[in-house]
Design a binder for this molecule. Structure first.
Ligand code: MN
Length: 304
């Protein structure tokens, strides 16, 4: 068997509700890393005016996963949850057959990672749910402070509930750091630097320098990852078992076919079916924008 490889994928710059982001997933050359199917690195930004304001919008077939690094966001959803997300905390919203939520920044700074996790067939029409995780396992490792976001690593286990074999970890250092992490050979992995720069080495791959803006995607088969920094830096490590079927992502929906996505959009726009009770109580626009985001017309979608 040939040695596993990695590829560097350039993220795309964008804007979500007034916040500058780099979208790393999905990427034309890599749709998913395990069940991680969407990755926005948002900020770090000094917010202008009203800050970030994302009006009520729907989700299906996925879990939204928000990891706050700096700043605060107020989450509201159609189940009636109202939760401020603060640094070091995770919000996990399981959309299942359908949920709507809004997100608004509090304060004038923001830095976070926003991800989606595709739900497997058995869970994708489950009842919607929302969980807030104020405390996650934190370990010191060779100068890095490692926060275990999802899954198991170095004998620790994250309390975050997911439905497929998955890993998520944040590694931050305040100065020089050097650490080797074991990787599960059956997982594919992704590494994104969020601040500063890292020297990355995995198995026999020669070391590469990684800075914010791109995602290093590692094929299954790697067994160890070495990260080195000589100045303050932060990175997000993702992993998971490769999916048998690539999920279909369109707008805020995850599904399997174009017909299914068109049905989600029709139900959300008309507040019927699984979106009959999808009003988000308490939301008022802070930016003078729409009271909810309507789905654009669904084009002909090809199953990936
Ligand atoms: Mn959302």
């Amino acid at each position: 068997m040939s040695a596993p490889r990695w590829i560097r994928l350039a993220g795309r710059a964008g804007d979500v509700g007034g916040l500058p982001i780099v979208r790393a997933l999905p990427h034309r050359e890599r749709r998913t890393i395990g069940a991680w199917c969407f990755l926005d690195h948002a900020g770090p930004a000094l917010l202008q005016g009203h800050g970030m304001d994302v009006p009520p919008h729907p989700h299906t077939g996925l879990q939204t996963f928000s990891w706050m690094i700096d700043g605060e966001v107020l989450h509201r959803d159609s189940l009636g949850h109202e939760q401020v997300l603060r640094p070091g905390q995770v919000n996990l919203m399981t959309a299942g057959r359908g949920i709507a939520h809004s997100e608004q920044s509090l304060g004038d700074r923001l830095h976070l990672a926003q991800l989606w996790i595709a739900l497997p067939d058995e869970q994708r029409f489950c009842a919607p749910a929302f969980e807030h995780f104020p405390v996650l396992p934190v370990m010191d490792r060779g100068g890095f402070s490692l926060t275990l976001l999802v899954g198991e690593l170095l004998g620790a286990r994250s309390p975050v509930t997911v439905h497929s074999p998955l890993l998520g970890a944040d590694l931050a250092c305040a100065g020089a750091a050097d650490s080797v992490l074991p990787l599960q050979a059956g997982f594919e992995h992704g590494l994104m630097v969020l601040e500063g720069a890292l020297e990355v080495e995995a198995d026999e791959q020669p070391a590469e320098r990684l800075a914010p803006g791109s995602l290093l995607a590692l094929e299954p088969g790697f067994q160890r990852l070495r990260l080195r920094a000589d100045a303050p830096a932060r990175a997000l490590l993702l992993g998971g078992e490769p999916l048998a079927q690539t999920p279909l992502l369109w707008w805020n929906f995850v599904g399997r076919t174009g017909e299914e996505i068109a049905g989600f959009a029709q139900q959300w726009n008309s507040l019927s079916g699984d979106f009959a009770d999808a009003a988000v109580p308490g939301y008022t626009s802070s930016s003078g924008g729409a009271e909810r985001l309507l789905s654009p017309e669904v084009p002909a979608l090809r199953t990936p």
